[in-house]
Design a protein around this ligand. Structure first.
Ligand code: DAH
Length: 344
């Protein structure tokens, strides 16, 4: 067969071969087979040298036209494959917007979190900034620098979770007072909400619970300021006409110290089980920062004074929502949790 006939045959072969191919890899193989360095068309073009000048022109034109034909065919095929791929993707990813939506159970914000956020917001509105500290704390920050002596019962293994490396799970948020005073220069006013841990478990105690700590340090801060701030806070939480009383108390890190009670929200002061017939509910501890605490963090107690307070979030949440067992707050029973839907 002469070279012309061979080339024409090649063209027919190409047509057949390309038909029905929908795979890019196979398409590439065909390209190499005909147009590659050792490809059939390439070698045909190379062998032109052995022909007479007229033949060479004719065969050369033919070979080039086949080459063009092949290139165009491959290009068209390539486009066809890409179009098919796109169609496939569009088909698979099509959304049927007429399908009914999946039902999601509306969730509820946890009453502890709702209460914690609300309390924090009240103090923020009075200019307090929010600080935080770690839950695994140094014994020094949790006790020593807060003027809690070495043999204080709170330090006992019975009450405190100690970690194996000589640290502990903070038993209150008060160590954030120490951290803030080491970090900041007075004047400042901070609140520190967070989790605390104690070895305690009954209807009103949980081994993990939440507190919020408050601390204000400036020149001439007085007990009057403390009373004013706490009054505004308690009225925001319990309502404007809530009776409030300050009762002398003792905390190692404040002097003088007080506990604050509000009139029982359940019996309105008449006496009931919740207030143990006293008509009062104990809400928080507070006092003026003890000079020893100032000395421990390098603040001059002659120049500065301050007040501090601390309260348990769960207790407030339980009073507000009439929850009688603290453990209900931590069992993640949806029948309990979903009762608080829409409350935040
Ligand atoms: N840290 C105390 C506790 O956990 C609460 C407390 C009392 C915090 C008096 C204070 C304070 O800042 O002044 O029982």
């Amino acid at each position: 067969m002469d070279i012309k006939a061979q080339l024409l045959q090649l063209k027919e072969e190409i047509k057949k071969e390309v038909q029905g191919i929908f795979d890019e890899k196979v398409l590439n193989e065909i390209k190499v087979k005909y147009l590659g360095k050792k490809g059939l068309i390439t070698s045909a073009l190379k062998s032109l040298g052995s022909l007479s000048p007229e033949e060479r022109k004719e065969v050369g034109q033919l070979a080039n036209s086949i080459k063009e034909f092949l290139e165009e065919t491959l290009k068209a095929k390539q486009e066809e494959i890409e179009k098919k791929k796109l169609e496939e993707i569009l088909r698979k990813e099509r959304l049927d917007i007429s399908l009914p939506a999946e039902w999601f159970e509306p969730s509820a914000s946890h009453p502890v979190l709702t209460t914690l956020k609300e309390i924090t917001e009240i103090f923020k509105s009075m200019g307090f900034t929010v600080e935080s500290g770690p839950e695994v704390e140094y014994e020094d920050y949790n006790f020593t620098m807060l003027n809690i002596p070495e043999h204080h019962p709170a330090r006992d293994m019975q009450d405190t979770f100690y970690t194996s490396n000589g640290m502990l799970l903070r038993t209150h948020t008060s160590p954030v007072q120490i951290r803030s005073m080491l970090k900041k220069k007075p004047p400042f006013a901070i609140v520190a909400p967070g989790r605390v841990y104690r070895k305690d478990m009954d209807p009103t105690h949980s081994p993990m619970f939440h507190q919020i700590e408050g601390l204000m340090v400036d020149k001439n801060v007085s007990f009057k300021d403390l009373k004013g701030i706490l009054k505004i806070f308690l009225e925001n939480i319990f309502g404007n006409n809530i009776p409030i009383r300050f009762r002398p108390s003792y905390f190692p890190f404040t002097e003088p110290s007080a506990e604050v009670d509000v009139g029982c929200t359940v019996c309105k002061g008449k006496g009931c089980r919740v207030c143990k017939n006293t008509g009062w509910l104990e809400i928080l501890g507070c006092g003026m920062v003890d000079p020893n605490v100032f000395k421990a963090v390098g603040i001059d107690p002659e120049e500065y004074t301050g007040f501090a307070f601390g309260l348990g979030i769960e207790r407030i949440a339980m009073l507000r929502y009439q929850i009688t067992d603290i453990r209900l707050l931590f069992t993640n029973d949806l029948r309990f949790n979903l009762q608080f839907r829409g409350i935040e």
